[in-house]
Design a protein around this ligand. Structure first.
Ligand code: 5GP
Ligand code: ZN
Length: 110
């Protein structure tokens, strides 16, 4: 999509610190990390809500998350995976993305 910042990152038109790219996903460092490890995993296709992801994209995003956790050394201690959906969740970028947060004990959300 033309004016989507994440589409531009995925197409290489905007710089990012890429971690992994697969057939359906593109993973890169969050520009304003909220944890020592903060990676965004986005589908390559411009999709605006998680329920619009297809089974291949979902499977790829979760497998990619696990691979990133392993590569960045947070798999054993654990990490948080988060989708922000809509304004009450504070979603800023409309292109769906999964946040992977790790590297320290997370505060309870509940
Ligand atoms: P959301 O609130 O939509 O779930 O999360 C958007 C995330 O994207 C935020 O954590 C923000 O720091 C990150 N972000 C926004 N613009 C850019 C950018 O241009 N590059 C990178 N790497 N991350 C971005
Ligand atoms: Zn997009």
């Amino acid at each position: 999509m033309e004016d989507c910042i994440f589409c531009k990152i995925i197409e290489g038109k905007l710089d990012s610190e890429k971690i992994i790219e697969t057939a359906n996903s593109f993973a890169f460092k969050d520009i304003h990390p909220k944890a020592p490890v903060h990676i965004l995993i986005a589908p390559k296709r411009h999709v605006e809500r998680p329920e619009l992801l297809n089974a291949h994209e979902l499977e790829d995003m979760f497998n990619t998350s696990e691979e990133i956790a392993q590569i960045l050394g947070v798999k054993d201690d654990g990490y948080r995976l988060v989708f922000n959906v809509g304004k009450h969740a504070g979603q800023e970028v409309e292109h769906v993305h999964l946040h992977l947060l790790g590297g320290r004990v997370a505060k309870s959300m509940f």
